[in-house]
Design a protein. Structure first.
Length: 233
């Protein structure tokens, strides 16, 4: 005998809407729910011209972008998909795991997956040292959004911690803003910054260090440089 499902209260809908907003899925959620959109909702991210913080790896990324359109077997869809993976990785490392980017990966796979050259993609991911974190992102799609392994040919094995990391992102989403990190003069020659934001950022770096160690270290250095540059001369 089936049980009646209790209807969602306005409070629960608002909690769910806020969670969707945190993960950049607010407008996507509001379009499919019978509730008004919450202010400040974000669109799904546009991959655009993503970049890597490590200078060597970013140089390799630029070379891939420059040479691929000129090759005999060029695949712009594969290049676009790589761009989405790079942006997703940057977002995870600097701002925490947000599902908008994961959904973007899934949407591209479902819409243009048959146009992706996965052999070429795997080679690029290896050159950019993004193989492990791309496997993590794909594993989250499988563990949380109903994707099948054969829909994602570049994944070899499902990352064991994918589901745990996804649940953490939903239960306690990390929101790290660049201005929280900025150093400022406190008194005399001393400087200070938001220690809570710094600890939160380093916990996030530690969480994903295994999946992209070189890029994590470069993100850390880049964030320090940006924060220090805000100090008055």
């Amino acid at each position: 005998m089936s049980e009646d499902i209790e209807s969602m209260s306005k409070y629960k809908w608002n909690v769910l809407a806020k969670l969707a907003e945190t993960h950049g899925l607010g407008e996507y959620f509001a379009d499919r729910a019978d509730i008004p959109a919450v202010g400040g909702l974000q669109n799904l991210p546009d991959a655009g011209f993503s970049r890597m913080q490590n200078l060597l790896l970013n140089s390799r990324l630029k070379k891939i972008r420059k040479s691929e359109p000129l090759s005999d077997d060029s695949s712009i869809e594969t290049l676009n998909f790589l761009d989405i993976i790079v942006q997703t990785t940057q977002t995870i490392l600097t701002n925490g795991l947000h599902f908008a980017n994961i959904v973007r990966i899934g949407a591209f796979l479902r819409h243009d997956g048959d146009k992706i050259d996965f052999i070429k993609l795997e080679n690029w991911l290896n050159r950019l040292q993004l193989t492990k974190i791309a496997q993590l992102e794909a594993s989250i799609l499988i563990k949380t959004l109903g994707f099948e392994k054969d829909e994602i040919p570049f994944i070899k094995d499902i990352t064991p911690k994918a589901y745990e990391l996804a649940l953490e992102a939903l239960d306690a989403p990390i929101v790290i803003k660049q201005d929280e990190w900025q150093f400022h003069h406190s008194s005399g020659v001393f400087v200070s910054n938001n220690s809570k934001a710094m600890k939160k950022t380093f916990r996030n770096y530690k969480k994903y260090f295994f999946y992209a160690p070189v890029e994590v270290m470069s993100c850390c250095v880049h964030r320090f440089e940006n924060s220090i540059s805000t100090l008055e001369e």
